[in-house]
Design a protein around this ligand. Structure first.
Ligand SMILES: [Zn+2]
Ligand SMILES: [Zn+2]
Length: 235
């Protein structure tokens, strides 16, 4: 099976347009093209209301390979943010967890542009880190998903009304199917009600399937399955 080429190789015109746009808006950021990846690197300035620079963060933003409007991967490269789950930083590679991928796609079914991403969610994430530093208990301030597999469970619990990991796993098994038609109405609903899907959470499942790409549900399935097995082995 040949891997699909990244969009920025397939479509150099839209890549150049995007690059010009980002470099115009953020003169301190530049594009770095390496084998197999394109990153935006440099300083991101957090301004006050009068436009004065309050904080500077060194960042590296790796473009999504799937789409110019897909979810990028972000690192803070200045060593300011500790690699801790409580900070929504992934301890194994130091990448920032700006979004639970499910949340990103559910909120933005068509994705968002990279400059919107930098100005909106990424800047918000960095401001949150400053607020954590300034707060007394060093806790994440805005109410949102827990990190890692707990975040996955919380997200699906909201849509299915169950936080039982095995139910969420069954839901993910359905959602990772490529075509909605492969998800059969006579199957038992993954919420655990004992009803058939067509008489229960069919519409919720359809909506989740429509908005969230199958690579995302596939990755969450793998992550959650591993967590459930580890939990079982530890008992
Ligand atoms: Zn997180
Ligand atoms: Zn149900």
């Amino acid at each position: 099976m040949s891997k699909k080429k990244p969009w920025y190789i397939e479509n150099p015109d839209s890549y150049n347009t995007l690059r010009r746009e980002v470099e115009n808006i953020f003169p301190e950021l530049s594009f770095v093209e390496r084998v197999g990846e394109v990153c935006i690197e440099g300083d991101l300035h957090i301004l006050d209301n009068s436009g004065k620079v309050l904080y500077r963060f060194s960042i590296r933003v790796k473009l999504s390979e799937q789409s110019p409007r897909g979810l990028p991967t972000v690192w803070e490269t200045g060593g300011r943010i500790p690699w801790e789950r409580e900070r929504h930083m992934n301890p194994h590679d130091g990448s920032a967890c700006i979004y639970l991928p499910e949340e990103f796609w559910y909120e933005n079914p068509n994705g968002i542009s990279i400059s919107e991403f930098i100005r909106g969610p990424l800047t918000g994430f960095l401001i949150n880190q400053i607020l954590i530093d300034k707060s007394e208990n060093h806790k994440w301030l805005k109410g949102e998903w827990d990190h890692g597999e707990n975040g996955i469970i919380e997200f699906y619990a909201e849509h299915l009304g169950t936080s039982e990991p095995n139910n969420i796993l069954r839901c993910l098994t359905m959602l990772r199917k490529k075509d909605t038609k492969e998800i059969k109405g006579h199957w038992l609903c993954p919420c655990g009600s004992g009803h058939k899907l067509r008489d229960c959470h069919r519409l919720n499942i359809n909506e989740l399937h429509k908005r969230i790409p199958s690579e995302v549900t596939e990755a969450s399935h793998t992550k959650l399955k591993r967590a459930v097995q580890e939990l079982r082995n530890s008992h």
